[in-house]
Design a protein around this ligand. Structure first.
Ligand code: SF4
Ligand code: SF3
Length: 553
């Protein structure tokens, strides 16, 4: 893994990284060199915040605003979230201000700080050039040992996933300070060269544990606020009225948009990972909430064009917008792109103001229809548990022989066609369990059911992989068998850092012999892979035929 001499950046955090090694000139995602570097520096500054926050938390004086900001800043560095250089500089300056405030609080509280204060707890800058120079020195390539670097990245990237889910939970008022405490400590320990390799591995496993805690919190936040998702038919067609398309994962943004579009003559459609919002009872009461439009994130360059109306990105995945629809794109939350309009955050407990988007929509023609079918989803763990007797009857009678978990992310690479082929080639007695945008590879192709149980059981967004795991664990307990002895196989697809977190969460929960693809993470070294294979039986997908034979036994 060699950094390109003519460029500064080296980003390898997602599945589409260049040649499965690292993006060096510009991201395959469109991220620029400067933004990638500034994100490295932004991460370094989170260690600065963590340095003081850990000490303050020990004496019960941790600062909640610092926890929230760390969450936002790391979330902004997830693939396809924020491409805006000015925002990165603003976030770095914001981090330094918070860090220095925490430092003052430590001194005021009489906390002993010691004499060897680390760089991240001290460094500051005036000119942008200084920030870019510094960024080069604090990126992960400064960790020389490749295995240590790989473990560091496994924790860091998965923590990014935690921040995304935690951010959505916080938006709904569901909090857990222990998660922030874990992130502070993990960020410091995994950067510290004196942490042993055994302890580094320990941090990897604990990240999985906190992944579960965070996904449980978000599940509780979503279901308490918006009800338990139930099996729902979602329309993919359109109406003859102007519309707003909302994408990303943030349900609170959707809620406020639906409230503000009531009675305006503007319809609301979901895109990508917002599709599962259609499964929540709460949102069904809005008669202008029409259904889903288009497919997964990377198809937005087609879908946003034909939608004709404004589009709101509440989280990843944003693809650099094409000129032909760029003026219709709005970002909010931690999402950003230079020259794209931004809906500011809530203040003083109020709502976000979507009036500009609504006015914009009223000037646009209705969406162009792409398809006119219905798809089914809404299988939260509680709903699945209610169906357990039907499911077990189908298994006992041989109508269902295998469940294949095909959750995770979609991506634009041609190799992803594997997942469509795999799903279509599955025998009629195999049921797919899914969550996340990976489903778009087959959810419009596999539409049949077994005694009313759909052959694609969609739990929801990527975070709802938690529902699938919990259902499997409860079923194993109910049947008094080991979860790995259930007729269950994993063929999961990853793309960005939330999927990395989900993988660690599943390992923490005890799932073994999972298959991932379409490639292994570039930062996983042969030694780390050996541990994952020896300890957990993790494997890479191969061909549809081979994998099918292996998984259907
Ligand atoms: Fe490359 Fe992925 Fe990083 Fe973008 S996020 S620069 S595609 S590795
Ligand atoms: Fe998809 Fe971006 Fe991962 Fe939430 S929207 S799963 S890739």
């Amino acid at each position: 893994m060699i950094k390109d001499k003519v460029s500064n950046m080296f980003c390898n955090q997602c599945q589409e990284t260049l040649r499965n090694k690292g993006c060096t000139e510009r991201g395959v995602c469109g991220k620029t060199n400067d933004v990638a570097d500034l994100q490295d520096l932004l991460i370094h500054m989170q260690r600065g915040i963590s340095y003081y926050q850990v000490r303050l938390r020990e004496v019960g004086k941790a600062d909640e605003d610092a926890d929230i900001k760390l969450m936002e800043y790391l979330f902004s560095t997830i693939t396809n979230t924020n491409f805006d250089k000015e925002k990165m500089l603003e976030f770095i300056r914001g981090s330094i201000a918070i860090r220095d405030r925490l430092k003052a609080l430590c001194i005021e509280s009489g906390i002993e700080l010691g004499s060897d204060t680390p760089d991240h707890a001290l460094w500051d800058f005036k000119e942008e050039r200084e920030a870019l120079d510094k960024a080069e020195k604090v990126g992960h390539l400064s960790i020389e040992d490749e295995d240590r670097r790989g473990l560091y990245l496994l924790v860091l990237y998965s923590i990014k996933g935690i921040t995304a889910y935690l951010h959505h939970a916080y938006a709904l008022g569901f909090k857990d300070e222990s998660i922030s405490d874990f992130m502070n400590r993990a960020l410091l320990a995994t950067w510290d060269p004196s942490t042993s390799m055994d302890d580094m591995l320990g941090w990897v496993m604990r990240t999985g544990e906190y992944g579960v805690i965070t996904m449980e919190l978000l599940d509780r936040a979503n279901t308490t606020t918006y009800g338990v998702p139930t099996p729902t038919k979602v329309k993919l067609g359109v109406r003859d009225r102007p519309g707003i398309l909302i994408s990303g994962h943030d349900l609170k943004d959707l809620h406020e948009l639906l409230e503000q579009t009531k009675g305006t003559g503007v319809d609301v459609y979901t895109h990508g990972e917002m599709l599962p919002a259609n499964y929540y009872p709460f949102f069904k009461k809005y008669d202008n909430f029409i259904g889903n439009y288009g497919s997964s994130w990377w198809k937005q360059i087609l879908d946003f064009d034909t939608f004709n109306g404004p589009v709101i990105l509440t989280s990843n995945c944003l693809v650099p917008p094409l000129d032909k629809y760029k003026e219709r794109v709005y970002t909010t939350g931690v999402v950003g792109f230079e020259g794209v309009k931004y809906i500011p955050d809530r203040t003083n407990g109020g709502s976000k103001d979507f009036s500009a988007v609504i006015e914009h929509a009223l000037k646009c023609p209705p969406p162009r229809q792409l398809e006119d079918i219905e798809i089914v989803g809404g299988f939260n763990h509680a709903t699945l548990w209610g169906l357990k007797d039907t499911v077990l009857d189908a298994v006992r009678s041989g109508k269902i022989k295998k469940f294949i978990v095909m959750a995770g992310c979609d991506g634009r690479h041609k190799t992803r066609e594997y997942y469509t082929e795999f799903a279509k080639a599955l025998p009629k007695e195999a049921v797919i369990l899914t969550a996340g945008c990976a489903k778009y590879r087959y959810n419009k192709d596999v539409l049949d059911d077994i005694d009313g149980i759909p052959r694609v059981i969609d739990a929801g967004q990527c975070n709802d992989s938690y529902s699938l795991a919990l259902f499997a664990l409860k079923l194993a307990e109910h049947l008094k068998v080991n979860v790995n002895d259930l007729p269950l196989a994993f063929n999961i697809a990853w793309y960005e850092q939330k999927a990395e977190l989900i993988l660690l969460a599943l390992l923490h929960l005890g799932f073994k012999n999972m298959t991932i693809g379409p490639t292994l993470p570039a930062f996983v070294t042969p030694n780390i892979l050996k541990v994952l294979v020896d300890k957990f039986g993790l494997g890479l997908n191969s061909s549809v035929e081979e994998d099918m034979q292996r998984m259907l036994v």
